[in-house]
Ligand binder design. Structure first.
Ligand SMILES: Nc1nc2c(ncn2[C@@H]2O[C@H](COP(=O)(O)OP(=O)(O)OP(=O)(O)O)[C@@H](O)[C@H]2O)c(=O)[nH]1
Ligand SMILES: [Mg+2]
Length: 329
């Protein structure tokens, strides 16, 4: 490790936010040299991680995730916590306007010295984005943030990836007109440890209470994401700040249920295992793509498959067999 990297690590461990921001820039860089530095840095930071509450927040676009994070963040800071927020959006849906919107929606938090907000770069593969987010989260923990919030939009596959890197996964919904079980995929609901119906204020309050009853009924029928825990359905108004303290209490209840069941350490170990496996898969696919003989085999096999002379599974087996037979070096 270079002296500069060691110094950077020391500054992060001392809680220096500019050093943390530099580290995340290294983590996000696609340059090989930066990636190697980021790996060394994380190795150094790792012993100082693991003590934070890891919270995932997902939900339909415009449900009020950012506003809620602002309100929850303010509540937590008031109670002596230090909060880091990372936003994931591999779909590139997030436009410049949306990020600007986030800045104003999380204004108080953005200015608080006890908070750190960082949008993840858009684009790239889901695997790449989630790797960078996990690593950025660890860097935040090493810098002393004891609550790390990861925000993602509930429209793609990213929420499953986020659910797999946090202790508690919270789904934020807005009361929908009439049909409460609005545009959110069942698969995402199944990931939720907690559901919060936001915008329970003004004219929307009655609809929010109906949606709460509907989701409670629906969640009874699903297999809970955490053993021994039935997901709670709450209402809140991020705009007015009501229900936010109750939300944090509910998250505490989920955490205690997790401890009493599988155990937090066991859950995190399982998540590390699936991260490892995801990295192995990504590495293997990269190796396959980079292998010229495989590229030739693939072109050949694609033709045969397209002509209907071979089924894809058989062709895939042949491809893997040829790759394995070759010298991987
Ligand atoms: N009435 C009401 N409006 C809210 C509440 N929370 C958020 N909003 C409004 O809903 C809109 C979207 O809020 P955001 O916090 O940006 O929602 P988001 O889920 O982060 O949106 P994306 O990140 O773009 O998916 C904004 O106009 C907010 O002012 C609430 O509790 N009540
Ligand atoms: Mg947002």
């Amino acid at each position: 490790m270079t002296p500069a990297l060691t110094a950077l690590a020391e500054r992060i461990l001392a809680g220096d936010r500019r050093a943390l921001a530099r580290a995340i820039t290294l983590i996000e860089s696609r340059r090989l040299e930066h990636q190697l530095h980021a790996e060394q840095l994380l190795g150094r930071l790792l012993p100082a991680t693991g003590r934070a509450v890891r919270l995932g927040i997902s939900g339909t676009p415009g449900a009020g995730k950012s506003t809620l994070i602002e309100a929850l963040g303010a509540h937590l800071i008031e109670h002596g916590h230090q909060v880091a927020v990372l936003a994931v959006d591999p779909s590139s849906r997030r436009s410049g306007g949306s990020i600007l919107g986030d800045k104003t929606r999380m204004q108080r938090l953005a200015q608080a010295p006890q908070a750190f907000i960082r949008p993840s770069p858009t684009g790239g593969t889901l695997g790449g984005v989630t790797r960078r987010t996990r690593e950025a989260g660890l860097a935040c923990e090493a810098a002393g943030f004891d609550v790390v919030v990861i925000e993602t939009v509930g429209v793609g596959q990213s929420e499953a990836a986020v659910a797999d890197m946090v202790d508690s996964f919270l789904l934020v919904l807005a009361p929908g007109g009439g049909d409460a079980l609005q545009g959110i995929k069942r698969g995402i609901i199944e990931l939720a440890d907690l559901v919060v119906i936001n915008k329970a204020d003004g004219e929307l309050r009655a609809a929010a209470l109906r949606a709460q009853a509907d989701y409670r009924a629906a969640l009874q029928l699903l297999r809970p994401a955490t053993v021994g825990w039935t997901p709670e359905v709450l209402t809140c108004s991020a705009l007015e700040g009501s229900g936010v303290a109750e939300l944090w209490q509910a998250l505490g209840r989920h955490r205690r249920a997790l401890e009493a069941g599988e155990g937090l350490a066991a859950k995190r170990a399982r998540q590390s295992g699936s991260w490892l496996w995801a990295e192995v898969q990504a590495g293997l696919i990269e190796a396959l793509r980079a292998d010229p003989a495989t590229a030739r085999s693939l072109a050949e096999l694609e033709e045969v498959v397209a002509a209907g002379r071979l089924l894809p599974p058989e062709a895939a087996r042949a491809l893997v067999a040829r790759f394995r037979a070759g010298d991987p070096a």
